[in-house]
Design a protein around this ligand. Sequence first.
Ligand code: AMP
Ligand code: ZN
Length: 136
Amino acid sequence: MSDCLFCKIIRGELPSFTVYEDERTIAFLDIHPVNAGHTLVAPKKHSHNIFDIAPEDWAAVSETVRLLAIAIEKGMEADGVNIAMNNREHAGQVVPHPHVHIIPRFKGDGLKLMPQRSYEASEAEESQRKIVGALR
Ligand code: AMP
Ligand code: ZN
């Protein structure tokens, strides 16, 4: 798409610190990293998020994420990685081109990415019923 930020990076119209590319995917450094080495993996073909990416592009992105997670942990001498994807505005997606964040983690870096809570009474059963129902 002509005015999509990540499509412009893919076409080489905007600069990036690209670390990997193949026929279907590209991986480049996030310009505002959580930690140095924070990388974004995106399909080269434009879509918006997990809800409309083509299955073959998602499969390719997944494999690139796997390869890059290994390279990022090794290259950055990290102690682990977080892998995350924001889908739609209210889930924190800012750039409407699918991308997976790979964030290198270091012992003692103190980041807490997912605040969690306990289920209320019957909330887990209800959630299970809704999700299983939507799969049909
Ligand atoms: P999200 O909130 O999941 O849509 O993430 C978008 C990410 O893109 C943010 O983490 C930004 O820091 C990053 N970003 C925005 N512009 C650029 C750019 N020109 N090059 C690299 N990363 C970028
Ligand atoms: Zn795009």
